[in-house]
Ligand binder design. Structure first.
Ligand code: AMP
Length: 414
């Protein structure tokens, strides 16, 4: 690998169904204390064509504003204009040599970071049905970035990629083997960029070699998945063929009886499409509580006496604890449990309730450390919240998918 030219910048786009997170980084400083972060921004799209923007140039005050953004394209263009404008963090748009994109699904073809051309884009379009809301948003982001950053490489980093190392016993579903062999139906797993990044951060925090560690990373935000990581590689994860499997989530059901799905379609109550909408958007915390998919609102309602909100939190916590426990036999032992994602990083009551069920594994957390952790983690300092006698270290780690993606782009620039 050669040396990096001067003033090389990487722009990262992490597009979800209704939001875009973005970072601009100095490629030569990605491993410095500040990770070379020059700017970060976020757009949240709302129904009715409004979008809230946050634009945060490093070392300057955040800018918050709301603009009319009737479609994603106008949202992207506004976001890009924040870094391109004359007093922005770039001397010239040509300094951006790579645009890194988080892409949810790489199917059975793409595992490693990949330079996107027309063929790759058309392959990705074929995976839309496997992760409908996310994959479409990712493709749109790449298409728009290509028209703006015309001199930059567009590089896709796949959420499925990290799980490519899972053994066959983790990826084959217990239907006919021909599903796997002929139809390419398998557990793909998602959130791989975050699981991989957090496993590295956990090893750094514990001053251990990741190659000798057995971890479970819990990426719990609006979506949620667990990953069992042995010697640095994913060996099992809770999401499956689609991001609907596994844990109870904000508005996704997670694993439910497949017989129920067949029955609901068979009796005509739902079509496949309407049931997919219910399972993806109207279930989980939102479905049970009838209040919200947002953990903050559900916890508040629970504290205010809502029985269904309390039930939703109880079912959510049970799903997490039992799925964590179910992964331990696959690992043989558990060195560390890592919480990350919006809920994992910020929600001490959920961490406490989950760990209260895992004492039999030797997982004990310190109440004060747990309560103090979220604020410290928000400022970027990962935390070990275990008690001294705990056999399993419980960590709270701030994920940074955009940084992980930028680091994945680096080899293409040398
Ligand atoms: P993410 O998808 O990673 O952005 O995470 C979104 C989830 O994190 C939502 O359910 C939020 O309610 C939850 N979350 C964010 N901050 C907090 C907090 N302070 N306490 C509890 N949950 C939070």
């Amino acid at each position: 690998m050669g040396a990096l030219k001067e003033n090389v910048k990487i722009f990262v786009i992490n597009a979800g169904s209704s939001s875009i997170k973005s970072q601009l980084l100095d490629a030569s400083r990605l491993f410095d204390k500040d990770n070379g972060l020059l700017w970060h921004g976020q757009v949240n799209f709302h129904d009715g064509g409004q979008a809230d923007f946050t634009s945060s140039p490093t070392g300057q005050a955040d800018k918050h504003f709301t603009v009319a953004a009737t479609d994603a394209e106008s949202g992207y263009r506004k976001l890009f204009s924040e870094i391109i404008q004359s007093d922005g963090p770039l001397a010239s748009i040509d300094e951006i040599k790579a645009v890194g994109h988080r892409v949810v699904h790489g199917g059975d073809k793409y595992h490693s970071p990949t330079v996107v051309d027309d063929l790759v884009l058309s392959d990705l379009a074929g995976y839309i049905t496997l992760a409908p809301t996310h994959e479409e948003a990712n493709i749109r982001g790449i298409q728009i970035a290509r028209t703006v950053f015309t001199e930059a490489m567009q590089i896709a980093v796949f959420d499925t990629g990290f799980h490519h190392t899972m053994p066959e016993s983790s990826v084959v579903f217990a239907g006919p083997y021909s599903w796997f062999e002929e139809d390419k139906i398998r557990r793909f797993g998602f959130h791989g960029v975050s699981h991989r990044y957090c496993s590295h951060q956990a090893a750094i925090l514990l001053k251990r070699d990741l190659k000798d560690m057995r971890l479970i990373t819990c990426h719990i935000g609006n979506g949620g998945s667990l990953c069992a990581i042995k010697d640095g590689a994913s060996i099992m994860t809770t999401m499956g063929y689609t991001p609907l499997d596994g844990l109870v989530m904000g508005n996704r059901s997670g694993a439910i009886d497949p017989g129920l799905i067949v029955d609901l379609i068979d009796t005509g109550k739902y079509t496949a499409k309407s049931l997919s909408n219910v399972l993806n958007n109207e279930s989980g915390l939102k479905g049970i509580s009838g209040i919200s998919n947002d953990m903050r609102q559900v916890l508040e309602a629970s504290q205010n006496g809502s029985r269904r909100a309390s039930l939703a939190v109880e079912i959510y916590v049970n799903s997490l604890a039992s799925n964590i426990a179910a992964l331990v036999p696959r690992l043989g032992r558990l060195d560390a449990l890592v919480f990350t994602g919006g809920i994992g990083e910020n929600c001490a009551p959920v961490r406490e309730a989950v760990c209260a069920q895992l004492g039999f594994l030797g997982c004990f957390i310190d109440e004060k450390s747990n309560n103090d952790a979220s604020e410290k983690v928000r400022s970027g300092v990962h935390q070990d919240i275990s008690t001294e006698i705990a056999q399993v270290r419980t960590l709270v780690v701030k994920t940074n998918e955009e940084l992980a993606i930028a680091r994945d782009c680096l080899p293409f620039l040398k």
